[in-house]
Design a protein around this ligand. Structure first.
Ligand SMILES: *Cc1c(COP(=O)(O)O)cnc(C)c1O
Ligand SMILES: [Zn+2]
Length: 500
């Protein structure tokens, strides 16, 4: 729809201008810092930061009704920079000029209702939000679109001609960072640090294909993170891990989309997502909180965070019911099929602690829950989800297994509706499906495939035949007729076909 076709009263709001005033705020010492520098941690106390819009009042003043109308009309607007996460421009980063926004097709991923069989199995109605349908096939693109848009703006403003972007990754961050970095080829180059052997071949191929420098390091993600932090502290590089608060802002779009797709009625929803470095749960809580404070939604949904028993520091932290007695302890992780969330020392833990408190306080009761699930449950859930029309990765399976646990534990009720973050595309984690089908898991995972869920290709090569077609050497005449006849006969037996 063209701008002059919109109702008069909405026209001035549809195409936004950069009128926000954003600041970093330290979660440790509350210091506020200007965004004129790229900061990842507080220069005074070393804590993590969050970004705030000092002019957020301007947003609240407009009122929820107006915002809902703006977003619903903006949905019909054909303007590239507002096609993705920046449909919610004012709630994300209202300091970036529209012509500096990087849009690669991220966001607005489909919400797919689970079929009846899955609903019955889990015990309530639920949806998958397929974030594997983002450009690099994971939700990380939401955050990268925002971080790289800001870097683009920053570099243009400061006339920086050359910038090295780096990140540590369990696979998906590097795929996303390298993709968005490669789009800004005239001044951004990328380097990614991966734990050697701890990312899937598909994930490894992504930054290689985007032309990034790929560095593999012994150990696990937590080790890579320490190296990258040292680099970011001591050298001129831009850090693209979720320590970078611009990424959190972009990932808040996940919540805004859920709100809009349910016509802003989310009070009876339970949003379920895996926790690794805890950037995503931070963003999802903060997104709903901002919409709530601005009156765009009137109730906050429940939030259920899920961890594997092999990497569950956040779950353990919240096991202690008494807030004052909780102590966070980093863990040494064990191998997990939810490899993208295999993190023992989540960088965003201080953000989670602050936001969970605020979320529960504003909801007037406990609305955030953390559960853990076994490796077996994760794998079974991934396979079952995908046998029922979905494209869940292991972490998506973790979400589904977590929803079931949350229902069993009474955190989520039958009358509520689940919304699962299906965080990446199944194909990125297909090696775990392969291990399941071939029963070849390392004993550490303790995963035994369920016989009825296994699958394998069947080679049809009738013994009665001497000749088979080969590339460049087709069969002809009687040989071809025989080949078809015998092959069909064998397929008839295998599939139990009945003749017409
Ligand atoms: C990064 C990632 C996670 C974990 O998200 P955090 O923000 O690190 O908690 C889960 N699933 C997938 C597919 C991921 O790539
Ligand atoms: Zn500080």
């Amino acid at each position: 729809m063209k701008i002059d076709q919109f109702p008069k009263e909405i026209r001035p709001y549809v195409v936004p201008e950069p009128t926000g005033k954003m600041l970093y705020r330290c979660l440790g010492c509350s210091a506020q810092m200007s965004i004129d520098r790229l900061l990842y941690t507080c220069p005074r106390c070393g804590s993590v930061l969050m970004l705030y819009d000092e002019h957020f009042d301007r947003i609240t003043e407009l009122g929820g009704d107006k915002w809902r109308t703006i977003f619903d009309y903006r949905r019909m607007l054909n303007l590239q920079p507002l096609k993705g996460i920046f449909r919610y421009y004012e709630f994300i980063a209202p300091v970036i000029p529209l012509d500096q926004i990087v849009y690669l097709g991220e966001g607005h991923t489909p919400l797919v209702e689970a079929n009846d069989r899955l609903k019955e199995m889990i015990g309530l109605d639920f949806y998958f939000k397929n974030d594997g349908l983002n450009p690099s096939a994971s939700f990380k693109d939401r955050g990268m679109a925002c971080a790289l848009s800001y870097i683009n703006h920053f570099a243009k403003r400061e006339k920086i001609g050359n910038l090295l972007a780096i990140c540590a990754s369990t696979g998906d961050t590097s795929a996303s960072a390298a993709l968005y970095g490669s789009y800004l080829e005239d001044f951004v180059s990328s380097a990614v640090l991966l734990p050697h052997g701890k990312v899937t071949p598909q994930q490894l191929s992504q930054p290689l294909g985007s032309g990034a420098k790929v560095l593999e390091i012994p150990g696990v993600f937590d080790d890579c993170m320490k190296v990258v932090e040292n680099l970011a502290e001591n050298y001129h590089v831009a850090l693209l891990n979720s320590k970078n608060s611009w990424r959190i802002l972009g990932q808040e779009s996940f919540s805004y989309e859920i709100a809009q797709d349910f016509d802003y009625e989310v009070g009876n929803k339970a949003v379920v997502l895996p926790i690794g470095n805890a950037g995503n749960i931070t963003a999802v809580m903060n997104g709903f909180l901002k919409f709530y404070k601005a009156g765009v939604i009137h109730e906050l949904p429940k939030i259920v965070g899920v961890q594997s028993e092999h990497a569950d520091p956040v779950y353990r932290y919240y096991l202690e019911g008494d807030e004052d007695k909780r102590v966070f302890k980093a863990l040494t992780v064990k191998p997990s099929v939810a490899q993208a969330a295999m993190i023992g020392n989540p960088v965003s833990m201080p953000r989670v602690i602050e936001l969970v408190r605020e979320y529960n306080r504003l909801s007037g009761g406990k609305r955030v829950f953390v559960v853990h699930v076994s490796e077996q449950e994760i794998m079974d859930a991934m396979i079952v989800a995908n046998r029922n029309g979905n494209i869940a990765c292991t972490q998506g399976g973790e979400s589904m297994a977590g929803l079931r646990r949350a229902v069993q534990a009474g955190h989520v009720h039958q009358s509520e509706v689940g919304v699962l973050d299906s965080t990446a595309h199944m194909l990125k984690f297909i090696s775990f499906q392969e291990m399941y089908f071939q029963d070849s898991f390392d004993p550490e995972f303790k995963v035994k495939p369920k016989q009825e869920l296994r699958n394998a290709p069947v080679l049809i090569k009738p013994r009665s035949l001497k000749k088979f077609p080969q590339p460049g050497k087709p069969l002809e005449g009687e040989e071809m007729r025989l080949f078809i006849q015998e092959t069909v006969a064998e397929i008839e037996k295998i599939l139990g076909l009945e003749k017409k």
